[in-house]
Design a protein. Structure first.
Length: 335
């Protein structure tokens, strides 16, 4: 495998897409996307991948919070949506949200249940809320399978300077539960959650500021050895082949920060080491997640497929850790 950082140095010469749609895909383009971990599954804003029994599950933006499952992280099958009816509170809290279209979920297995966080919002607005749904299992054939909506975890209004979307749940070294979130406005925030309820530990508990950029969202916190690594997206999503998303990173010895990049610059002060960005038809990667399988870590994200009219697509790539402790994505073997 060839180690890469963010903009892959060996980008091949690629066919261009026309405004009427993608041109025929070259063997070179197809091979490049294979090495970049494309799973050829249409997904936007994928959650962290979690395991239930012998299957892996992910959730993503869509009506009622959509899902996929896989036994090997390679072949994915569509699963059921979390909601078939909108929770009453979503309509009351965010009236501008339509069609049960919930954004950027994240999920964690805690004790005897799965906690799934999802965002309710409208594009370009910060009247938003993050909700919680719980289930004892992710297996829809299990008699105990049932999603229970637990209501609002945290919300923002148009008078706030933050935006409660893009939830990212994680645990610290002591087992405490935390939720990062944020998009534009004043950047990425963090609150502590109660492991009993899955909700904010107290109504007015501290809200920590982790990272800022004029265009920032899609945070993910992952603990490795003695550090917490914060991944964020800079740039704009949701524009197909014109998307400018890229993933940046920093790290801290405390989950609450401060997070510094490789040069020691605080992510609240413009810092952010480039981690993964556009390379040929692999356009605008975003919403990082990390899962362990077979004794190694894997990075999941979406990208906009330049060979398929810019459709959002799932990618899963091997993730290595350098001698200096910083993560690096690796290419999968070619054919």
């Amino acid at each position: 495998m060839v180690a890469v950082t963010f903009a892959l140095a060996t980008t091949p010469v690629l066919a261009q897409s026309s405004s009427a749609g993608a041109t025929p895909v070259s063997a070179q383009e197809s091979e490049w996307l294979t090495q970049l971990g494309s799973r050829h599954v249409r997904v936007h804003d994928p959650s962290t991948i979690v395991k239930c029994g012998d299957e892996y599950w992910l959730f993503y933006t869509g009506p009622g919070v959509a899902s996929y499952h896989s036994k090997d992280l390679v072949k994915w099958e569509r699963g059921p949506s979390v909601f078939t009816n909108a929770p009453v509170w979503t309509v009351q809290t965010v009236p501008a949200n339509r069609w049960m279209y919930y954004w950027a979920p994240d999920v964690i297995h805690l004790g005897k249940r799965y906690l799934l966080y999802y965002a309710v919002s409208a594009f370009g607005k910060n009247r938003s809320a993050i909700g919680l749904a719980t289930n004892p299992t992710l297996d829809p054939t299990d008699p105990g399978f049932r999603w229970t909506d637990q209501g609002v975890v945290v919300q923002s209004t148009n008078t706030d300077n933050f935006n409660t979307i893009d939830p990212a749940v994680s645990r610290d070294a002591d087992g405490n539960l935390w939720l990062a979130f944020g998009s534009y406005w004043s950047g990425i925030k963090l609150i502590q959650l109660s492991p009993d309820t899955g909700k904010r530990i107290a109504t007015h508990s501290p809200m920590y500021s982790l990272a800022f950029n004029d265009s920032i969202e899609a945070s993910c916190i992952h603990r490795h050895d003695d550090f917490y690594y914060l991944f964020v997206n800079w740039g704009r999503c949701c524009r197909g082949t014109n998307s400018t998303y890229e993933i940046r990173m920093g790290r801290s010895r405390r989950i609450t920060g401060p997070y510094l990049d490789r040069q020691g610059v605080d992510l609240m002060a413009g810092g952010g080491t480039p981690f993964l960005s556009t390379s040929g038809p692999f356009i605008g990667p975003g919403h990082a997640g990390i899962v362990s399988k077979g004794g190694r870590d894997w990075l999941s994200c979406h990208f906009y497929d330049g060979t398929d009219a810019g459709r959002p697509t799932l990618a899963i790539l091997p993730l290595g850790w350098g001698a200096d402790g910083w993560p690096k994505v690796q290419l999968l073997p070619g054919k």
